[in-house]
Structures are given as structure tokens and as C-alpha cells.
Design a binder for this molecule. Structure first.
Ligand code: HEC
Length: 484
């Protein structure tokens, strides 16, 4: 059992508590990459769109990925030598950090729980969790389920703050509604800006368990992302959730190594060496006698599914944002069968720019990246929603968003193209831009003002009139959602 990794200024550290720290991003030693990169350098790359500058941005995204997934040398949740990102605290843990050092001792003996949950956006869909539970129950009751029935379409997520973001949130008590109200009442439009080295992430997992294995084998079955679909009336109505993705990929849960597989089985009936992956093709955490308790309750409570020794938690995707620039940098990673040729929203140029320092299995993930709302980039204030859309999203997190997810304000003004003289109107999750949606992150302070909803893909200035009566939370929705 490991204890809260308390995160405090050095002066407050109590040496008798044997407290370890969440680990900051290490230097991955990639030539041309540094963190935090200066805002002016990043803005030059963003504003002067050349192939060389685009490659610099790709390198920056991959540099973050290499350092997030690097070994930390620490144990967490009874898993030895976890990647750096797994040492970071969730918003709930940050909110619970005492501001008073006297309270440290009590809290230091509280064991940490891996705070996985069914993605919050799915929980908002009425009956979603119950349907998932029913599907799991039905599957375990079936005598001869088909392989395509076996496909596991459930995922878990968590949100975490790096040490700099966590310390800033703790110091300013940003998860306290009362503190946010004070900031607003003092005449501020926004919470104070996070420091440039602040990083937040949203990792997504699947549980490789016997419940989703072909009977009598060690082959676990799941769909794989097929690429950005054409938006149909069905997607507008229902989104493009995982159960709609065609085909199967298999994971041999008995193979901890690395496979040569690189494709999906479109028929879901021919598992073979080309479509059967190994656990070593994923950032994976085996469920052992030591750590089974960390997972058991969480999964049991949410999916009514049991977790056993021998199961494994695999990382499917991760959202990553950093405060290196005023509107944050946005990149997201998702597991894909053939990382050299990833489907959209990944792209081959980004894959080709992946440096060797991104080690296996981190190199099995595709990257979607965009540090701007529209191309060419517009200024933070005083710009226009014109140019080309910059579509950046994660199949595991945004693809299930249907048109009803997006509510005004802000009004969807679309993006006008002076070239085609047409206006692009994104309506669903598979057309979104991270920065556009996150720019709306705010807490409604004046009951006469409208709360800001989710937006798809267009330009929104920081000083948009819709923010009146709302306190901006510096692009972080978790502050808006979790402050109490
Ligand atoms: C439609 C709106 C929307 C889009 C698009 C979106 N997000 Fe988020 N994101 C949210 C919400 C809401 C939360 C907080 C809720 C939660 O805890 O899951 C969140 C949470 C996060 C977090 C955790 C820190 C925080 O802000 O609370 C990160 C990191 C993140 N998103 C990154 C991304 C990236 C990268 C993309 C694009 C690839 C993206 N998001 C696209 C709405 C969105």
C-alpha cells in the first residue's frame, strides 16, 4: 500500500513521513525539444505555417509523450516503476490536499485508490451505465457468444495534474467554489493563469479480462478505431461510439511480449498472427495479488464486472494539454494497430516525425495535435472565424458526442473559407477542436447569465461577450466541473 504522495512546497515537507513526490516531466533528450518551450517560439511555429514548423510542433507533442510515459522509478498502486504520468494526482486528490501542514500526518496514512471511472460524458447519457452493465451480464450468461459479441467496448478514464498544475491549484484553492467566487467578485474575468510548466492529462483504459475472451482461449477481443467517418444523420443523432466501429483486434493475454500484428480482422472470425496483439504492444498494468484490490471495487461498482488476478489494465488513449502558451497546447494519443500508418485524426506525417526516444510500446500510439482553433491562426482577441478547420480529437473520448452535446452559447458560427467561399459547420464529436471546446471552460457566477456549453470547432476569442457573468477557468473543464 502506498500513501498519498503529498505535494507541498519544500519548506512544508515533513521529513519523518517518508513522502515521495509526483514526478515532473523528465527530459527525454530529444534534440530540438524542450519543456517548457518559450511561448514566443511556439507562437512562431504556429503563426508561420511551414512544413518545417509543423514538424517542430509534432516533435513537441512527441517529446511530451516520451516524457509522460518514461519510467518514474516509483511504485504507485502497488505497481512497480510506473510511468511518470501515473504518479500524478487527480483533481479530487488535489482538492483534498490540506492547506495546513498540521493536517499532513493524518492524510499521509490514507492509501491511494486508482480513481478510474466510466467517462463522465457517458455518465451524462441517461441509462448509459445500466446498458453497459446489462450488456456485460448478458455476455457472461450466453453459452456460445459470437466473437463480435465478445468485443469489449467499455473504457475507464481519470484526470490528473502534474506537480506544477497541482501545486498551483492547491495554493489558489481552485477546487473551492467559495474561492472562485471571491476571484470573480474581485472583478476578474478569469482565475489566475497557470504557470507555463503546468500539464494536465486524461488517460483512458480498458480492462483485459476473461469476460471478454473467446471461450477456451486467452484471446481478448475489442474493436479498433477505423478512422474519421463521414458524418451521417445516424452519427448526428447517436454519435460514433465504439460499438459502431467495425471489425476486431485480439490481444493474447498470455503474451507479455511484442507481436508482429498490424491490422484489424474485418470479419471478426479469423484471429491470426496479423491481428493478434500482445500485452507488450500496450502500456499495460498487470493485475496481481498485490494490486487487485485497487481495481476491484472501482470496476465492480461501475460495470458489475469482476476483476481477477491475471487481468490487465491497458492504456488506450490520453489527452494532454500544457500551459506553455496562453491558449494551452493540445495533443492527444490513441492506440492503433499500425502506428506508422494511423487513421485520421492521426496522420502519417506526424507518425513519421516520431523521434526514436518515444520507446516501445509508447510508439504504438497515434498522435492528433493542434495548437490553434483555425488555420491560419487568429489572434487571441480580435480575430475572425475564417480559414481552415483544425480538427483534433480522440476516438476514445469525443467520437460518441452527437449533435445534441453541443449547446449555445457559444453560437456555432462555423468557419468561413475565403477560398471556397463556404462555411464549415462542425456538428459532432468527430469534427471537434480541443481548444475551441476548452476555451468555454468556466463557472457560471451570475444566475442571469447563461452557462457556457460545449462547442465543436470554430474561433472563440477570450473576450467574447458570452463570458460575461461566467468566470473563465483557464481552459480547464475539471475546475469548472469539480469545484465544490
Ligand atoms: C466538447 C468539449 C471537449 C472537447 C472537444 C475536448 N474536451 Fe477535454 N475535457 C472536456 C471536459 C468537459 C473535461 C472535464 C470533464 C472530465 O473530467 O472528464 C475535459 C477534460 C480534459 C482534460 C483534463 C483537464 C481538464 O481540462 O479538466 C484534458 C487534459 C483534456 N480534456 C484535453 C483535451 C484534448 C487534448 C482534447 C482534444 C484532443 C479535448 N480535451 C477535447 C471537454 C472537451
Amino acid at each position: 500500500m502506498h500513501n498519498y504522495r503529498l505535494l507541498l512546497p519544500a519548506a512544508l515537507l515533513l521529513s519523518d513521513l517518508a513522502i515521495a513526490h509526483p514526478v515532473p516531466l523528465p527530459n527525454p533528450h530529444i534534440p530540438g525539444y524542450s519543456f517548457p518551450e518559450s511561448e514566443s517560439q511556439l507562437m512562431d511555429w504556429i503563426n508561420q505555417q511551414t512544413p518545417a514548423n509543423t514538424r517542430q510542433i509534432y516533435r513537441h507533442g512527441w517529446g511530451l509523450w516520451a516524457s509522460l510515459t518514461a519510467p518514474s522509478g516509483q511504485s504507485e498502486f502497488d505497481i512497480p516503476n510506473v510511468p511518470v504520468y501515473l504518479t500524478w494526482l487527480t483533481p479530487a486528490e488535489v482538492a483534498a490536499l490540506p492547506s495546513n501542514p498540521e493536517q499532513l500526518k493524518a492524510q499521509a496514512s490514507t492509501p491511494r485508490q486508482l480513481q478510474l471511472r466510466v467517462p463522465r460524458q457517458f455518465q451524462r447519457v441517461p441509462g448509459f451505465q445500466e446498458k453497459l452493465q446489462a450488456k456485460k451480464a448478458e455476455l457472461s450468461a450466453k453459452a456460445n457468444p459470437s466473437t463480435s459479441d465478445m468485443r469489449d467496448t467499455s473504457v475507464f478514464e481519470m484526470v490528473a495534474y502534474d506537480p506544477a498544475a497541482a501545486e498551483f491549484a492547491r495554493k489558489n484553492q481552485l477546487f473551492s467554489k467559495a474561492e472562485l467566487t471571491k476571484i470573480y467578485d474581485a472583478g476578474n474575468a478569469s482565475i489566475p493563469a497557470f504557470p507555463s510548466n503546468a500539464v494536465t492529462i486524461k488517460p483512458v483504459y480498458k480492462l483485459v479480462s476473461k469476460a471478454n475472451m473467446i471461450k477456451g482461449s486467452s484471446l481478448y477481443v475489442m474493436p479498433a478505431w477505423p478512422g474519421t467517418p463521414k458524418v451521417t444523420p445516424d452519427i448526428e443523432k447517436n454519435g460514433f461510439s465504439e460499438d459502431k466501429w467495425p471489425g476486431c483486434v485480439y490481444i493474447d493475454a498470455k503474451n507479455p511480449g511484442k507481436s508482429k500484428a498490424d491490422r484489424t480482422d474485418p470479419s471478426c472470425s479469423h484471429p491470426n498472427a496479423s491481428n493478434t496483439f500482445a500485452l507488450g504492444d500496450f502500456i499495460a498494468y498487470p493485475v496481481t495479488a498485490d494490486n487487485v484490490k485497487q481495481f476491484q471495487q472501482l470496476v465492480q461498482d461501475q460495470l458489475k464486472q469482476s476483476v481477477e488476478v491475471g487481468d490487465a489494465l491497458i492504456l488506450m488513449a490520453m489527452h494532454v494539454t500544457t500551459r506553455e502558451i496562453t491558449e494551452w497546447t493540445w495533443q492527444t494519443f490513441f492506440w492503433t494497430p499500425n502506428p506508422a500508418k494511423p487513421p485520421l485524426p492521426g496522420n502519417r506525417a506526424a507518425a513519421a516525425a516520431r523521434p526514436a526516444q518515444v520507446a516501445w510500446p509508447a510508439a504504438h500510439y497515434a498522435m492528433s495535435i493542434g495548437y490553434q482553433m483555425v488555420a491560419p491562426n487568429q489572434p487571441i482577441n480580435g480575430g475572425k472565424s475564417v480559414g481552415q478547420p483544425v480538427t483534433v480529437y480522440n476516438p476514445y473520448l469525443e467520437s460518441d458526442f452527437n449533435a445534441a452535446t453541443f449547446t449555445a452559447p457559444p453560437v456555432n458560427v462555423g468557419i468561413y473559407s475565403p477560398v471556397s467561399k463556404r462555411t464549415f459547420h462542425a456538428t459532432v464529436g468527430v469534427q471537434t477542436n480541443c481548444m475551441t471546446c476548452h476555451s468555454g471552460a468556466s463557472v457560471q457566477m451570475d444566475s442571469k447569465a447563461s452557462a457556457i456549453g460545449y462547442s465543436t470547432n470554430f474561433y472563440i476569442p477570450r473576450n467574447a461577450p458570452m463570458f460575461k457573468g461566467n468566470l473563465q477557468t483557464d481552459f480547464l473543464w475539471s475546475i469548472a466541473d469539480d469545484a465544490k
